[in-house]
Design a protein around this ligand. Structure first.
Ligand SMILES: [Fe+2]
Length: 404
């Protein structure tokens, strides 16, 4: 028998109240980071200084081929850092990818991991790091909450997109090679120790990828900021700064991919947003977005771009004060919170339109809607402290608004 909605709301809010206290013991932290053009060349000297001299480099085969990894490797050679290259061609990391990477790590006597790539490569490398401290466990056994609970080897994350924020988060999303189930290893021990934000690595991103990954980062910041409960002042501040950075730079980076200042700001925005949602959580934008990815292969960033304004609108008055604060930071005018919130949501819609992104999806099938609702509800409730806890009917209404 389904639980009455009011009881479910009480259960969710009680769970979130308990977790809020638990969060103070979680050990959330921010990676030490260096930023600037060409900073990957200096990583060798940095590692040498830290006494790290045997590393596994996890990256994409295409990046190696295009010569994007070479400046970092030259820096390793110059500083006597031994490295093993572990390259991948797959889009999403699988448990087999993680096992292969762990074998390379072990057989070559590596003592640290450097991940250079998008969120997928960094997630794969996090999986290898989790295996390094739990060699006898399978990836499936490590998936879930707080299963790593041990210090991983020194880990450097170098993102080549400005979106996922994996360089600062607790999560590694990995697909089981046998069951094809996609699930996350979630543990604060997976937060990278160091991050390098080198904007030159993102100048080759297409305008489309710049748009969708940038909107993913925006969704992280906006969902974390409009959520209740878990944030401290730090997450609130980082979310606000991330929104401002993305607001001021996303169209510049989209229109002029070589603009290093805009690229740097987008990277920093994604980094801050990643740290904000690490504690503050995401919300229904992500929960519903993941169902579109699972059922129809909709790219994560695209799902975020389309869903973000619709979900914020659907939260109504419960999110208006926080959205109005974000509007203020971005210089969006209005005489009431409701007007400012609308102005902020309209800005997201207009930005999507300017970048050629759609407002709705034409892939959602009638027969899948119940499944989407169940998956989204299960992912979000009770964990995500969303502004309004939705009933199944609320999810249904939202899904109908994003169908064309
Ligand atoms: Fe995301």
């Amino acid at each position: 028998m389904a639980i009455p909605h009011k009881l479910n709301v009480i259960w969710c809010r009680t769970f979130q109240g308990v977790l809020k206290v638990g969060n103070y013991f979680m050990g959330y932290r921010m990676p030490d980071y260096m930023e600037g053009n060409g900073r990957i060349k200096e990583l060798g000297a940095f590692l040498k200084d830290k006494g790290i001299n045997d590393v596994l480099v996890v990256t994409g085969a295409g990046m190696v081929k295009r010569g994007q990894v070479q400046p970092m490797l030259d820096g390793f050679d110059a500083n006597g850092i031994r490295y093993t290259l572990q390259t991948y061609t797959t889009t999403d990391p699988t448990s087999d990818d993680v096992e292969a990477g762990y074998r390379a790590y072990k057989e070559n006597g590596c003592k640290a991991i450097v991940a250079l790539g998008g969120g997928s490569r960094i997630d794969c490398a996090k999986g290898i790091a989790a295996k390094a401290v739990h060699p006898k466990k399978t990836v499936a056994q490590l998936q879930g909450l707080l299963k790593v609970h041990w210090k991983i080897p020194p880990f450097v994350a170098i993102p080549t997109t400005a979106g996922a924020g994996s360089e600062t988060t607790v999560a590694a999303v990995i697909t089981d090679s046998k069951t094809h189930r996609k699930a996350a290893i979630n543990d604060p021990f997976l937060i990278p120790k160091y991050a390098v934000l080198d904007p030159e690595l993102t100048t080759g991103l297409s305008p489309y990828t710049t748009a969708t990954t940038g909107m993913d980062a925006l969704a992280h910041a906006v969902e974390a900021y409009t959520n209740k409960t878990y944030n401290t002042k730090l997450e609130d501040r980082l979310a606000r700064e991330a929104v401002k950075l993305i607001h001021d730079n996303i169209l510049i980076a989209f229109e002029d991919g070589g603009n290093l200042e805009a690229r740097q700001n987008m990277q920093r925005g994604a980094f801050y947003a990643g740290r904000a949602f690490t504690r503050g959580c995401v919300g229904y934008v992500h929960a519903i977005g993941h169902t579109l990815g699972g059922l129809y292969g909709v790219a994560h960033g695209l799902a975020m771009a389309v869903l973000l304004p619709h979900v914020m609108e659907a939260y109504g008055a419960a999110a208006q004060k926080r959205l109005a604060e974000l509007a203020d930071i971005c210089g969006i005018k209005g005489s009431t919170d409701a007007e400012k919130a609308k102005g902020f949501i309209d800005w997201i819609k207009e930005t999507n339109a300017k970048m050629g992104l759609p407002d709705k999806f034409d892939v959602i099938k009638d027969e899948d809607i119940d499944q989407m609702i169940s998956w989204a509800d299960k992912e979000a409730n009770p964990l995500y402290p969303v502004p309004v806890i939705w009933s199944r009917e609320d999810f249904r209404t939202l899904i109908e608004t994003i169908r064309s």
